[in-house]
Design a protein around this ligand. Structure first.
Ligand code: ADP
Length: 501
């Protein structure tokens, strides 16, 4: 069995660091690749070796397959971990890695290929007894036929790009009158964003929950599920809050969803870590949505409730080891919540807010994990996803995890860019979140930007007072003077009670 000696992490930011930390614990050397924009990033310093592979745009750096493979040859790398995003779900890359005699820490190129197409994924999964959202089972060729199917399913329906991802390439069609117009838009969007105009139809579930199952498979045909994550708090069909376990399902549903997830994985001969996503309606019927063939952003909540390091398992599987557990060995304990701290302005339609992190102080303490890739003074580059960090809390039950999250959000100090922290604090205190009645429409149902507005005159004055006190407290070298017991400024939104609290 090959023992991996050196891993190149073909990624950046928090996930690059997260992977390198586990590699170091396993006595495996690490290589960072980085773009010119990331020269001073923590992941570059953390790695045993680091190589600049090109200018800031990802097409010239993090997506540059040839350069990455050259670094592997030059530095005697034996395995590549792709993280998430970038090359992680690129079947051609996985194939090239294998052809270069390297280990791809992930599934086979064939599995990536099948699950990369939502249509092919559904077709593969249909060999098993897996519930699917009512809709078309192949790409739409004939509009008239599609319209007949749409009216037999009943409006509203969703037109989806088969190659879609990241919440893009979806169009809701409320009635038949809109069908042609939305279909034209969906096809042209799918072509321009994904280079593939194939679209299909799904019934639009009006109040759904997004629940997904973490799976792990090895090269010996063993596949297990590591329970679920609920990721229903989303904006633009993209997740902002995730938790494990879900309070919306019963042990029976968990078991049945787990079985379906394992079958989906089996349908494409899966090994490594993967996630099978489901959507669940108000009657708790669940349907297979898609499979993500990589480590997921929200994997830490699963790690916290199961005690299993998913990156370590990915590496062990890639070395050819059988999984060290069977399904019956697996249990979970307590509750974990993750919020994504994006440089985004929730009061401005969650638009990215690029700038410099003038203040950046992380929360800490019992039950708090921060996975990040930034430091105070760094810029949030415009070239990549604007996620600054993932803040994760763990407690013996959901209520404790929520309380810890509110405490941790209050400790998190970020200035220079707007972040999703105030929105996430709002969510944590909202009745619908607390009592579990939320669905993927949480933002449109309950959130209005004025619920976060902070700029009262009183607050502006108090902020000015804090800034001048801070400046007075800088020593000659510009370093803060530490005064024990000094009060720290707490922005007003942190102490405000929001509707629903
Ligand atoms: P992507 O690959 O872009 O992430 P998904 O198919 O995973 O697309 O769906 C992303 C999100 O879009 C889901 O979490 C859910 O909020 C919404 N969604 C997807 N399909 C449906 C559907 N049939 N009905 C209602 N909402 C849906």
């Amino acid at each position: 069995m090959p023992q991996i000696q050196k891993i190149l992490v073909a990624n950046r930011g928090e996930i690059a660091l997260r992977i390198m930390r586990t590699a170091r614990e396993m006595n495996i050397r690490t290589v960072a690749v980085f773009s010119e924009a990331d020269r001073t990033s923590p992941h570059v310093r953390y790695a045993d070796e680091a190589v600049c592979i090109g200018p800031a745009p990802s097409s010239e750096s993090y997506l540059n397959t040839e350069k990455i493979l050259k670094v592997c040859r030059d530095l005697n790398v034996d395995a590549i971990h792709p993280g998430y995003g970038f090359l992680s779900e690129n079947a051609a890359f996985a194939q090239k890695v294998a052809e270069a005699g390297l280990i791809f820490i992930g599934p086979s190129a064939a599995s990536i290929e099948v699950m990369g197409s939502k249509i092919a994924a559904k077709q593969a999964a249909s060999q098993y007894n897996i519930p699917m959202v009512p809709g078309t089972v192949s790409a739409i060729q004939d509009r008239m036929e599609a319209k007949i199917i749409a009216s037999s399913i009943g409006y509203p329906i969703l037109i989806k790009a088969s190659a879609g991802g990241g919440g893009k390439g979806m169009r809701i069609v409320a009635s038949e009158d809109e069908f042609d117009e939305q279909m034209d838009r969906a096809v042209s969007e799918a072509l321009s964003s994904f280079g593939d105009g194939s679209v299909f139809i799904e019934k639009y579930i009006t109040s759904p929950k997004h629940i997904e199952i973490q799976i792990l498979g090895d090269h010996h045909g063993n596949i297990v599920y590591l329970f679920e994550r609920e990721c229903s708090i989303q904006r633009r069909h993209q997740k902002v809050v995730e938790e494990a376990p879900s309070i919306s399902i019963t042990p029976e549903i968990r078991h049945e969803m787990g079985r379906c997830a394992v079958d989906v994985a089996r349908s494409c001969g899966y090994y490594g870590a993967g996630t099978v996503e489901f959507i669940m309606d108000e009657e708790r019927n669940f349907y297979f949505l898609e499979m993500n063939t990589r480590l997921q952003v929200e994997h830490p909540v699963t790690e916290l409730i199961t005690g299993i390091d998913l990156v370590k398992q990915m590496i062990l599987v890639a070395e050819g080891n059988p999984l060290p557990f069977v399904q019956e060995d697996l249990t979970f304990k307590g509750h974990a919540i993750e919020i994504r701290v994006y440089a985004e302005d929730a009061t401005n339609n969650f638009l990215p807010d690029i700038g410099t992190l003038h203040t950046y102080t992380k929360p800490d303490g019992n039950g708090v994990r921060v996975d990040d890739g930034f430091e105070q003074g760094m810029e949030i580059p415009i070239y990549y996803d604007p996620m600054i960090a993932k803040l994760i809390t763990y407690g013996e039950d959901r209520e404790t995890a929520i309380q810890k999250m509110i405490r941790a959000i209050d400790e998190y100090q970020i200035s220079g860019v707007a972040t999703t922290l105030p929105f996430c604090r709002f969510a944590m205190q909202h009745e619908a979140f607390v009592n579990g009645s939320f669905d993927t429409n949480f933002v449109s149902n309950y959130f209005r930007p004025d619920m976060l507005s902070t700029n009262s005159d009183e607050e502006t004055a108090s902020l000015a007072a804090v800034i001048s006190a801070y400046i007075l407290n800088l020593n000659a070298a510009g370093k803060p003077v530490q005064n024990e017991g000094e009060n720290t400024y707490v922005p007003k939104w942190r102490s405000r009670r929001f509707a629903g609290s």
